[in-house]
Design a protein around this ligand. Structure first.
Ligand code: ZN
Length: 219
C-alpha cells in the first residue's frame, strides 16, 4: 500500500515520515509539502534535504491564496507571533482551514498516483487551539474526501494522542532522535534545530523535549 506524508520539515511531520517508512516501506512512501506564504518557509528546505537523503520523492505545492485570504502571524510578517496563548481562544498563528486545504490538495494528488493513505502529523493531545488538528475533524475529513473523490482514502495520524514528549519518544523508538533534533525546523522564526527559543513552537518543542528526558530518566 502506498502512502503520502504531508511533510513540512518540522518535528511532527518529519517524525511521521519515518513512522511511515517503518509502516509502509520506503518504496511505498512519498512526501508532499506546501508553500503557503509561511514566515518559516525555510522549513521546506529541511524537508527537501531529509527526502533527498532518504531518496524519496518530495513535491511542493504552491498555495499563494492561503496567505491572501487569512490573517495570522504565520503568513503575515506585519503581525507579531503572540506568545500569550492561554487556551481561551485560538492563538494568532492559527491559519484558518489550513489542514482542510492541505488534505484536500494532498488527496487530489494522491488519487492521481494510486495512493490511498495520507499521513499527517496533527495531534489533539498538543493541539494548541487549532481546531483542524482534532481527531473528529480528521475522521470527518476522511469521510468527506473519500466521498468527494469517490476513492477509499485512509488518513493516518500517528501523533494524534501523543503529547510533544511522546513524539520525541517515538523518534527515539524509530531510531531517528538525532535527525529530528538537528535536521528539522519547527520554529516560527525560521531558526533550525533548537530554534529561537522564544516563539510558541520553540517553547512547545523544548518543553516536550524536557518532558521526554525526564520520562527517560524515570525508566
Ligand atoms: Zn522559535
Amino acid at each position: 500500500m502506498k502512502a503520502l506524508v504531508l511533510l513540512s520539515g518540522g518535528q511532527d511531520s518529519t517524525t511521521c515520515l519515518y513512522w511511515a517508512l517503518r509502516e509502509y516501506g520506503k518504496e511505498n512512501v512519498s512526501a508532499f509539502g506546501f508553500d503557503y506564504g509561511q514566515r518559516h518557509i525555510e522549513e521546506l528546505k529541511y524537508a527537501q534535504a531529509i527526502c533527498d537523503e532518504l531518496g524519496i520523492s518530495f513535491v511542493i505545492q504552491s498555495l499563494p491564496t492561503v496567505s491572501e485570504m487569512t490573517e495570522n502571524a504565520l503568513t503575515r510578517s506585519d503581525i507579531q507571533v503572540d506568545n500569550s496563548y492561554d487556551g481561551s481562544a485560538p492563538p494568532n498563528t492559527l491559519v484558518e482551514g489550513r489542514n482542510l486545504i492541505f488534505l484536500t490538495y494532498a488527496a487530489i494528488y494522491a488519487k492521481k498516483r494510486g495512493i490511498k493513505v495520507l499521513v499527517t502529523g496533527v495531534s489533539q493531545a498538543d493541539y494548541s487551539g487549532y481546531p483542524d488538528c482534532r481527531d473528529v475533524f480528521i475522521k470527518s475529513t476522511n469521510v468527506t474526501l473519500s466521498l468527494g473523490l469517490d476513492y477509499p482514502f485512509l488518513i493516518e495520524t500517528p501523533l494524534m494522542w501523543r503529547d510533544k514528549a511522546q513524539v520525541w519518544a517515538l523518534a527515539r523508538e524509530l531510531g531517528v532522535l538525532d535527525i529530528i533534533k538537528e535536521k528539522t525546523l519547527t520554529c516560527y522564526n525560521g531558526v533550525p534545530g533548537e530554534g529561537c527559543g522564544d516563539c510558541p513552537a520553540c517553547n512547545l518543542r523544548s518543553w516536550g523535549y524536557e518532558g521526554f528526558v525526564r520520562d527517560e530518566q524515570r525508566i
